[in-house]
Design a protein around this ligand. Structure first.
Ligand code: ATP
Length: 301
């Protein structure tokens, strides 16, 4: 095989419930993920040395993407190679990332690269790694990586890596507002900890009405059940997000929320016409894209 290209989606958190800090330093999460139609690709090619390169699609700023051993796509390829057998079992690869997901935006773009690299290398090396083993490796790489393999809509427990598909019969339209400057996920969790310093956090849960809204595809019901426990912390660190969230609602979006740790903001709309109207009200704040969910998980192109 000469090369393999895999496409993987961005994720949004329809609900992000953050619970107590665990002994390993991660918070217990209960989240409802949805994959949306913003994609990155990873191409794996046989090579004599391991390497990774990255290009941005559609004006995406890739200056924050590390091109050393810390790159998640490269770490994924290395981890799968180790899993496959002793050194030399598989040939090194050169990886090329086509970034279609804004960096550090709360859309799990790095995780999508990791998931895409796992599947691309598994296919290139003809390993046929069982799905559950790929998901375990994905979970070792990062909390959001397993979901990028699975896609659709799904619950995430543990630190987010324990993923179970949710029935989703909706055709959801989101206006996605992204910004040039990303936010650090650890900084947002740090602020969350400050805000909850004296509070005993309950175990987080996904609202049953959200699960029901996905099953029935009811946009008003979904709008009433989305939520993000990290949002107050993100807004404290980036108060400039308050105004676009309000403007989206004023422009009749059904719901407005911060995606994951932010700063990307999400606006739930009825259909394309409605999304166009909401998008027009937001274009002064940042880059506006219309995305649809649920999108498929990582797939070989
Ligand atoms: P997180 O997954 O931490 O919630 P996020 O969804 O907000 O993050 P990402 O695009 O995954 O955003 O970026 C998080 C960090 O990872 C940023 O510092 C970014 O520079 C880095 N990053 C982005 N792409 C990659 C990649 N392919 N490999 C390694 N790091 C990456």
């Amino acid at each position: 095989m000469s090369d393999v290209t895999v496409r993987a989606p961005a994720k949004i958190n329809l609900h992000l419930g953050v619970g107590p800090l665990r002994p390993d330093g991660f918070h217990a999460l209960a989240t409802a993920y949805q994959a949306v139609s913003l994609f990155s690709t990873v191409t794996a090619r046989p090579a004599t040395q391991w390497s990774v390169a990255c290009d941005g699609q559609a004006g995406i700023d890739i200056s924050g993407v590390p091109l050393d051993e810390s790159n998640l796509a490269l770490r994924a390829a290395r981890l799968l190679a180790e899993h496959a057998g002793p050194a030399g079992t598989v040939q090194p690869v050169s990886l090329h990332i086509g970034k279609g997901i804004p960096v550090a935006g709360g859309l799990a773009g790095g995780s999508a690269d990791g998931a895409a690299a796992l599947l691309a290398c598994d296919t290139l090396w003809e390993l046929g790694t069982p799905r559950d083993e790929l998901l375990t490796l994905a979970g070792e790489l990062g909390s959001d990586v397993p979901f990028a393999l699975v896609g659709g809509s799904a619950s995430g427990h543990g630190r987010g890596e324990l993923v179970t598909p949710l029935e989703d019969n909706g055709a959801w339209t989101w206006v996605v507002l992204t910004f040039g400057e990303g936010m650090s996920t650890p900084a947002v969790y740090g602020e969350y900890d400050v805000l909850h310093a004296d509070i005993q956090l309950p175990d987080p849960e996904i609202p049953s009405r959200l699960v029901e809204a996905l099953r029935t595809g009811d946009v008003a019901a979904l709008a009433g059940s989305v939520g993000n426990d990290l949002q107050p912390a993100s807004l404290r660190l980036r108060p400039a997000l308050v105004e676009p969230l309000r403007s989206g609602l004023d422009a009749t979006a059904y719901a407005a929320l911060v995606s994951g740790s932010g700063p990307t903001c999400l606006f739930l709309c009825e259909d394309d016409d409605h999304a166009e109207h909401v998008a027009a009200a937001l274009s002064a704040y940042g880059q506006v894209t219309v995305a649809r969910g649920p999108a498929p998980g990582a797939e070989v192109l």
